[in-house]
Design a protein around this ligand. Sequence first.
Ligand code: FAD
Length: 281
Amino acid sequence: MDSQKKYPRTFSFEFFPPRTPEAQLSLRETINQLAQLKPKFLSVTFGAGGSTREGTYETVKQILALKQNAAPHISCMGTTRPEVRALLDAYRQLGIRHLVALRGDLPKNAPQTGDFRYASDLVAFIRDATGDEFIIDVAAYPEFHPEAPCPEADIRAFVTKVKAGANSAITQYFFNIDAYWRFVDECEAMRVDVPIVPGIMPITNFKQLARFSDTCGAEIPRWIRKRLEGYGNDLDSIRAFGLDVTTDLCDKLLDGGAPGLHFYTLNRAGPTCTVWERLGL
Ligand code: FAD
């Protein structure tokens, strides 16, 4: 864990491309609010949750217009080398210098298409095509990626991804803090020396959280699940308890030496701002 303490703390926020003009206006307001917290960058998902690639590009432009640093996500799904090259050129022209490179989620019941099989292939391609022009973040999984045959294989895959040229990593969200410390220790033992920034999902909606967690493999510990279930439709209690749990997790992470936090905002400023205030950042 000690390797992480030497990195300056970075705070970042993640958004998905809005799908309607109303949602776009609302995102503008969210970005303006979160910009006051002076994040290092704002990242925008790629093709995730039904959004389009054009949506990522347009949202990146919106972030730049609001004078914030943007980091678009790029995924391997259905992407060819010429397409990635064109996208990198387009981002360069906008002045983008930070990317989050991912494999992307596999489409249901369809084979993977595109020129890249793993995120490490995409990272290697971006490095080869653009040298050190971009800071590249990759994904990390303290509770392991759901498709990984075993923890060791997943950590080896993460190491390969970093060695392909990633500068830093953002984790899938988690609530078991020991999984994060252990993951970092194992990376350290494998001589991976990059910041591994915890991804934070503020808990505000149990059904949505349970749905996300079922797909991405992030465990909701029994004591949290049971309490959230117990609140039923009492949204105020869910939010109050959820924000307590999230704040406590962030507090312990920063205290233990985590090199910052990356918030999955789901395009809302309120929960992230509340946690931020409570942490006294
Ligand atoms: P990889 O690192 O390629 O790993 C995928 C699987 O393959 C893992 O099981 C790994 O163990 C295995 N593997 C990797 N390399 C090898 C190898 N060389 N040999 C054998 N096995 C290997 N999804 C989106 O669609 N759009 C987004 O914008 C998006 N943003 C995200 C942001 C963050 C911070 C995180 C944590 C996830 C995000 N995701 C996004 C989800 C992500 O795309 C999925 O979790 C996806 O299933 C895996 O992506 P990856 O980049 O981690 O893949």
